[in-house]
Design a protein around this ligand. Structure first.
Ligand code: AHM
Ligand code: MG
Length: 336
């Protein structure tokens, strides 16, 4: 039986449901960059790529060498192809401008080049998360530099989103707004091969993911909900729940896509002016698009994450996503 590679899947999408050729090319290039990042990540100590830089990113976080390298790989791979009007990244304060020597295109690419990077040095799964938006109006034909505003679109406007997970296997999970497909990297062929067709998140679950060490800082609805989960069969929910926390959103979301579950990174009182830890534009939005496309749900505790109107490029948002029954329950507790 012939195997369906990512390239073939994308070509079939172009034929059958009008995925534009430039979007197809853009996804191919992102996938190629993810292969290069996977290669670097897998070298570990042998590649001299572990450890930290002496710099901080815009969020005041210490950058790992692989954060910086992954960012450069994505920028270099995507700047020349003529599909993009600009890029934005967790690692850069301002949008990346397409150099004048290259053509511009109709799309905007946003990414977290290496999510969960605190896990790199301990050899635990990390990943790349990406989101694709259209550049509004004809902004790509202007000569002025591209400002933050072009990117500030709600997640419902995404035309594609995905993540690559660098774990025991390297996989690419992709949505073009018509379900979620999973591709596994065949290292001998050098191709992503379709291995998980039309992934569905189970409606109910008995597994949750949250960093329990922050419990004392949560607000009341989250404290109540998690205490009910912990109460198990004897508590109001009447069933026992299991807990997992990898501290790598790609790995936690990947488990939820595979066997269901609930992922939570709520607001907490450690930095009360910041609404949570995760970033809306290149973490929460693409992951919410993928989860919804797989039949799951994603809210900030009050509303669909995909409907949050962004106000800044690096804004943060509380995240509750996964199996709809539990997302709805915890969202209901926020409504009182
Ligand atoms: P990063 O983008 O700086 O790697 O941070 C995001 C990561 C997520 O992958 C993960 O869910 C979360 O941070 C873990 O946070 P914590 O260390 O507070 O548990
Ligand atoms: Mg991240």
């Amino acid at each position: 039986m012939s195997r369906v590679t990512l390239s073939r899947y994308l070509i079939e999408q172009t034929r059958s449901n009008n995925t534009p050729a430039d979007l197809r090319f853009l996804i191919e290039v992102v996938a190629r960059a993810c292969k290069a990042i996977s290669h670097q990540v897998s070298k570990g100590a042998l590649g001299g790529v572990l450890g930290s830089m002496e710099t901080e990113n815009v969020q005041g976080e210490v950058q790992k060498k692989l954060d910086v390298l992954s960012n450069e790989i994505l920028l270099e791979a995507n700047e020349w192809g003529g599909t993009l009007a600009g890029m934005a990244s967790e690692e850069m304060d301002k949008p990346y401008q397409i150099p004048g020597r290259y053509p511009k295109g109709a799309y905007l690419l946003l990414f977290d080049p290496l999510d969960g990077s605190s896990n790199i040095d301990v050899n635990v799964s990390v990943g790349t998360i990406f989101s694709v938006l259209r550049c509004p109006g004809n902004c790509f034909s202007q000569n002025d530099s591209l400002g933050d505003e072009a990117f500030l679109q709600p997640g419902t406007k995404q035309v594609a989103a995905g993540y690559a997970i660098y774990g025991p296997q390297t996989m690419l999970m992709l949505t073009l707004g018509d379900g979620v497909m999973g591709f596994t990297l065949d290292r001998e062929l050098g191709s992503f091969v379709l291995t998980h067709d039309n992934i569905r998140v189970p409606h109910s679950t008995a597994e949750f993911a949250i960093n329990m060490s922050n419990q004392r800082h949560w607000d009341e609805p989250v404290k109540r909900y998690v205490s009910e989960l912990l109460a198990g069969e004897e508590g109001p929910l009447g069933k026992n729940y299991n807990m997992r926390w990898i501290a790598s959103m790609v790995a936690d979301v990947h488990r939820i896509l595979t066997r269901g579950g609930l992922f939570m990174y709520p607001w907490d009182a450690r930095e009360p002016e910041k609404p949570g830890k995760l970033r809306l534009m290149y973490e929460a939005n693409p992951m919410s698009f993928i989860i919804e496309q797989a039949g799951g749900a994603a809210t900030d505790g009050k509303q669909r994450i995909l409907e949050v109107e962004p106000t800044s490029l690096h804004q943060r948002v509380p995240v509750f996503l996964g199996s709809p029954e539990e997302v709805e329950r915890v969202t209901g507790y926020h409504k009182g």
